[in-house]
Design a binder for this molecule. Structure first.
Ligand SMILES: Cc1cc2nc3c(=O)[nH]c(=O)nc-3n(C[C@H](O)[C@H](O)[C@H](O)COP(=O)(O)OP(=O)(O)OC[C@H]3O[C@@H](n4cnc5c(N)ncnc54)[C@H](O)[C@@H]3O)c2cc1C
Length: 380
């Protein structure tokens, strides 16, 4: 099985790197400081065709393979984890959920505006009392005539204030446990659906984390995506793409921290020589490079098989998320060490990278939950 980049993918990476450095990077310090995501920046990202990567060509998308989507996430995260991770995962989850379950009418209705960047769909799964334990969710959707009535509260919903609609998971048959979960698409402005931005997070600044409340929110029957009771089955499938993308976000974050640490260490002079001449520093940089490259290979391999939806592909996607994001945390933290006191200062980007890397370890299922899943696949 080959996961080497084609010439086209290498060129795509270079184009994206230029775009990320020229258009995204200059906006990141202010975005982090003011905790705001400028709409015009999203429009630039859409004009670059990044959302389009995730969607079929008949809707104006470029139907990219997952490896190419990972490259996009990696390059954006190299300069901003918040942008790269949330957009990557948001589009991956929405597009793969629709690919698996939506009707042609649903795709016709929603895909064109999402592909063009006019609209964005986010993801509401977590609840205040149901994070890792999705099966204990309390949100309920009850069919009443031709409408579902949705009640429940979702939290930690990334970018929900910025988005135009969301996938929501709710129990349609609580007695069936996981097999009673269904997926709905809810548009902003639907009566009974409200959003509030919750407290400022440690990282991912610019992308707000919201609480979404559904109070007797009436949805037309065609808001159901897929079949009743198949929501969890679909989450598991779409999460594999999301997890691989999260791993790629980790690699991008690690690469950004490594590149900055190398540049800094070459210029920083102590005891009359650049600190790269101290083996303690150069070996640390070497270890950071080894970890980043190892994670990259795992993620590229996962990306080539994930859409097969086999036990092996599930295992690799889970490893990609777990290892890629652990590497991001470790490399960013070591980059802070290499910058010394400056690394701990907000004037330098590596502390932001470290804060963002922690978010990567937690979202899309914590890395403890990923390890549980990996252990299950290797032990059974
Ligand atoms: C930056 C960020 C963005 C997010 N974006 C979204 C989003 O867009 N949409 C959305 O729906 N959610 C989102 N989340 C929520 C995220 O998916 C949850 O935070 C995560 O699944 C963990 O749930 P929890 O916070 O309730 O922690 P809990 O489930 O309460 O876990 C607490 C601790 O217990 C551990 N733990 C729990 N169960 C087990 C177990 N069985 N074995 C071992 N350890 C266990 C966990 O690993 C963790 O360390 C986001 C979170 C973050 C941090």
């Amino acid at each position: 099985m080959s996961y080497t980049l084609s010439e086209e993918q290498e060129m795509f990476r270079q184009t994206l790197r230029r775009f990320a450095e020229e258009k995204v990077a200059p906006r990141v310090p202010q975005m982090d400081k003011e905790d705001l995501f400028p709409r015009d920046l999203y429009e630039d990202i859409a004009r670059m065709g990044i959302p389009a990567l995730f969607y079929p060509s008949e809707y104006g998308g470029s139907d990219a393979d997952l490896l190419t989507c990972c490259l996009a996430s990696e390059e954006l995260c190299r300069v901003s984890t918040a942008i790269g991770a949330v957009l990557g995962v948001g589009h991956a989850l929405f597009s793969s959920c629709f690919r698996i379950s939506a009707t042609k009418e649903q795709k016709d209705k929603y895909f064109p505006d999402v592909v063009s960047g006019k609209k964005l769909c986010m993801f509401a799964l977590t609840e205040p009392d149901a994070g890792s334990d999705i099966g204990s969710m309390r949100s309920r959707a009850v069919l009443d005539g031709n409408e579902y009535v949705l009640n429940g509260v979702k939290n930690f919903n990334s970018g929900m204030d910025f988005a135009d609609m969301t996938l929501v998971y709710a129990m349609t048959d609580p007695s069936a446990g996981m097999k009673g979960i269904s997926t709905f698409l809810v548009e902003k402005g639907t009566p009974g659906f409200s959003i509030s931005v919750t407290g400022r997070m440690m990282g991912f600044r610019g992308i707000h984390h919201c609480e979404s409340v559904f109070e007797d929110c009436r949805l037309p029957r065609e808001s159901l995506i897929g079949k009743e009771g198949e929501g969890f089955r679909d989450v598991v499938k779409v999460m594999d793409e999301g997890r691989t993308l999260s791993g790629a976000s980790g690699v991008g974050t690690a690469q950004g921290a490594l590149d900055y640490a190398i540049r800094y260490a070459k210029e920083r002079v102590q005891f009359g020589k650049p600190i790269t001449e101290f083996q303690a520093v150069s070996h640390k940089l070497a270890d950071m490079a080894i970890m980043t490259e190892t994670a990259r290979h795992l993620i590229y391999r996962a990306a080539t098989v994930v859409r097969d939806h086999t036990k092996e592909s599930m295992k690799l996607a889970t490893m990609a998320k777990c290892y890629g994001t652990d590497v991001a945390m470790s490399v960013a933290s070591q980059a802070v060490d290499i910058l010394g006191g400056y690394g701990y200062s907000e004037e330098y980007p590596v502390e932001r990278m470290m804060r963002d890397a922690k978010g990567l370890q937690l979202f899309e299922g914590t890395n403890q939950i990923q390890r549980n899943a990996i252990a299950r696949t290797i032990l059974t």
